[in-house]
Design a binder for this molecule. Structure first.
Ligand code: FE2
Length: 197
């Protein structure tokens, strides 16, 4: 059953996200040799193996959650344009997670455009599918866009999650499942909700 996003709470959001991983993690990640669940779990696992802070691990774990936004019932027949998955994901998460997490989700596509503009070696490492989507996403940022992007107070974390996004495409990597990360996801929710009340 798909609960209404409005009925989710601080106490149920983590379990709900976990159920999305369990039920839909095996969906195809277009053009990549891993499925969606593996892709996000790989990014989080690589971050954990490299002793990254929890906000980076959780950001990587959730960065593509917007691919499953139909789960949250946020699409309506009144929508007049396609919702980009990065925006949809951030919208769903912002009630429950600190801005550092939602920024990592919201700007992971922009970060690719940023890195392509500022680090030539980055572009050369992109997968074919990622180069293809880069073109659909507007290509590398221009100088003005770069300057605006660099104003984001979470720039460092956004870039870190972007690199994990690119790294999480290994067909043979073994990872823990979502529930291994659930306690730290809950800590992020608690951090946000505690400062809100
Ligand atoms: Fe991704």
């Amino acid at each position: 059953m798909k609960p209404d996003i409005n009925n989710l709470s601080r106490d149920t959001i983590v379990e709900f996200i976990g159920s999305i991983f369990d039920r839909r993690g095996d969906e195809e990640y277009l053009g990549e040799p891993v499925n969606m669940g593996q892709h996000m779990l790989q990014g989080a696992t690589i971050a954990e193996q490299n002793d990254q802070p929890e906000e980076i691990i959780v950001g990587a774990l959730l960065h593509d959650i917007g691919h499953f936004t139909s789960e949250f019932g946020t699409f309506t027949m009144d929508d007049t344009e396609d919702r980009h998955h990065e925006d949809a994901g951030a919208e769903v998460l912002e009630r429950f997670f600190p801005s550092v997490i939602t920024d990592c989700v919201r700007y992971h596509v922009a970060a690719k455009r940023y890195l392509c503009a500022t680090r030539p070696e980055y572009f050369r490492r992109l997968s074919d599918a990622s180069v293809h989507s880069l073109n659909l996403q507007g290509g590398p940022m221009d100088a003005k866009e770069v300057a605006v992007f660099e104003q984001n107070e979470n720039l460092e974390q956004i870039i870190a999650v972007r690199y994990l996004d690119d790294a999480g495409k290994r067909p043979d990597m073994v990872t823990p499942d979502f529930w291994h990360f659930a306690p730290m996801v809950q800590r992020m929710v608690d951090r946000h909700c505690t400062t809100q009340t």
